[in-house]
Design a protein around this ligand. Structure first.
Ligand SMILES: [Zn+2]
Ligand SMILES: [Zn+2]
Length: 157
């Protein structure tokens, strides 16, 4: 079990993004071909209980999938784009202050905190604006023939 644990943690530490169980399994298999999916599931559950990794749903951008990351020294806020699914991490002293305020107000030792922010990244905002514009043009095009019907204007000279 210890060996599996070390393997999974190694995979997660080397990850450049948030991984789901299948991705963790794929990467673990590349290091140790003898690893089983069941073991990966069991190890993740264990690491989660021990507070060594965090489970995220990342605003359900990809349905019910869960993602995992090792618990770093500082908490970060996940900022996700609802269109392209890009997830970025944001760290701030303000966030640390907010947590200490909560600890003070509630006399509590905060061990877990999760904040996820969703919206549209700069790239997707441009895309969206273009899409809206395209729809507007299409609607205008659809209206045009009606507007173009010749009006009968009889001129008498
Ligand atoms: Zn985006
Ligand atoms: Zn993260």
């Amino acid at each position: 079990m210890t060996r599996q644990r070390r393997l999974i943690l190694q995979v997660m530490d080397n990850a450049e993004q948030h991984l789901d169980v299948d991705q963790i399994f794929e990467r673990a298999k590349r290091i140790d071909s003898g690893v089983h999916l069941v073991t990966v599931y069991r190890t993740i559950e264990l690491l989660k209980k021990q507070g060594l990794i965090d489970e995220l749903d990342l605003l359900h951008l990809r349905g019910d999938r869960h993602y995992y990351e090792t618990h770093g020294p500082r908490d970060h806020i996940h900022v996700a784009c609802l269109k392209c699914g890009k997830v970025r991490e944001f760290e701030s002293r303000l966030y640390e202050q907010l947590k200490s305020q909560i600890e003070k107000d509630f006399g509590m030792k905060v061990t877990i905190s999760r904040t996820e922010v969703g919206g549209y990244c700069a790239h997707c905002q441009t895309l969206r604006a273009r899409e809206v514009e395209e729809v507007r043009m299409l609607t205008l095009d659809a209206e045009k023939p009606a507007a173009r019907t010749p009006k009968k204007r009889v001129r008498k000279s």
